[in-house]
Ligand binder design. Structure first.
Ligand SMILES: NC(=O)c1ccc[n+]([C@@H]2O[C@H](COP(=O)([O-])OP(=O)(O)OC[C@H]3O[C@@H](n4cnc5c(N)ncnc54)[C@H](O)[C@@H]3O)[C@@H](O)[C@H]2O)c1
Ligand SMILES: [Zn+2]
Length: 305
């Protein structure tokens, strides 16, 4: 509807909902569609949807004719605050998530808060984990905004949402602008994701990404506290904010040994050391911390007790 008045006649391709669409065969089908419709170098891919659509369509745009323009129209809160920003595209390998992909920044990102009205409640709420992440690791102002505007945000008030989406996008875009290819500072975006990804893997992805990240932030903050990298007030404030957004209200059911094994696996992937992102004070975290494995073991077990 929004494109029609411009005189451009869009070719519409519908992607099946869900992670399974981030596959080689789904990519093949999208590219075959571009070919059938004779999409040339002046073509623009407009990705309307959640993170899965954005990742798939972005990847397809980046390889079609060696790359055509991409416009992102994120329709989930997660896609608005996270996946539509930063230029990462991709599909899953047969065993590993997001293993095949490119860096292909969109020419524009258009986020319309109205889209969020139809989003399932859990998907909406779980996405706040990433916003809490920005608040704790990068921008104290986001943390305060989440605290002060909680009733409006949980109700889906578009003005409050716009403020929080704008600040999240800014926080992410600033760090990506400094380090697009993740060679250094961009790693800060992984706050809460070390134990979080391990929990997802250990539970066969039954725990949602947002809830896993919330768990990961709880673990990371407790590790930081025990290494005297932060004070108890930070841990408490983070716990309270996560709880205020219903995240996580109880420990996820997972086998601690599996979670620890998944963290170890991550270690192998990075040539022997896991680099933890450690919070120092509200709004500021540091990537690249090596944590003694005894401390990791203790905190993971405690968080799952
Ligand atoms: N590229 C990146 O930097 C990056 C960052 C974070 C996550 N991701 C990826 O994003 C994906 C997750 O994205 P997601 O959480 O948006 O999930 P999603 O894209 O799977 O969407 C979740 C569900 O919501 C539905 N939906 C989308 N918009 C809706 C709306 N407005 N109303 C009602 N239903 C709607 C979808 O059809 C789908 O069923 C993962 O594949 C993850 O790997 C990528
Ligand atoms: Zn994440």
């Amino acid at each position: 509807k929004a494109v029609k008045p411009t005189g451009v006649r869009p070719s519409i391709y519908i992607v099946r909902a869900g992670e399974r669409s981030k596959s080689m065969s789904a990519l093949h089908d999208v590219l075959a569609f571009f070919e059938r419709r004779n999409i040339d170098r002046a073509g623009v891919v407009i990705a309307v949807g959640g993170g899965t659509v954005g990742d798939l369509a972005g990847f397809a745009a980046s390889v079609w004719l060696r790359g055509i323009r991409l416009v992102s129209v994120p329709t989930t809160l997660l896609a608005m605050v996270d996946s539509s920003i930063g230029g990462k595209t991709g599909i899953n390998g047969t065993r590993s998530k997001n293993a095949i992909g490119t860096f292909w920044p969109p020419s524009a990102v258009v986020a319309d808060m109205e889209c969020l009205e139809t989003l399932p409640a859990t998907a909406y709420r779980d996405a706040f984990a990433e916003v809490v992440k920005y608040g704790v690791a990068m921008d104290r102002g986001i943390f305060d905004l989440l605290r002060v505007e909680r009733p409006q945000l949980l109700e889906g008030d578009p003005r409050a949402l716009q403020r929080v989406v704008f600040r999240s996008v800014t926080a992410k875009a600033l760090v990506v602008a400094r380090d697009e290819r993740e060679r250094g500072p961009r790693a800060i975006l992984n706050y809460g994701h070390t134990a979080g990804h391990a929990l997802e893997a250990a539970t066969g992805f039954r725990v949602s990404h947002g809830r896993a990240v919330a768990f990961g932030m709880r673990v990371a903050a407790r590790i930081a506290l025990s290494l005297e990298l932060c004070g108890p007030r930070l841990v408490q404030a983070q716990d309270e904010l996560l709880a205020a957004y219903g995240l996580p209200d109880r420990s996820p059911a997972a086998d601690p040994d599996r979670v620890l094994a998944a963290i170890e696996h991550d270690k192998k992937a990075r040539r022997g050391r896991v680099a933890w992102v450690m919070p120092r004070r509200l709004g500021h975290a540091e990537p690249g911390h090596v944590v003694p494995s005894g401390v990791v073991r203790r905190m993971v077990r405690k968080a799952l007790a």
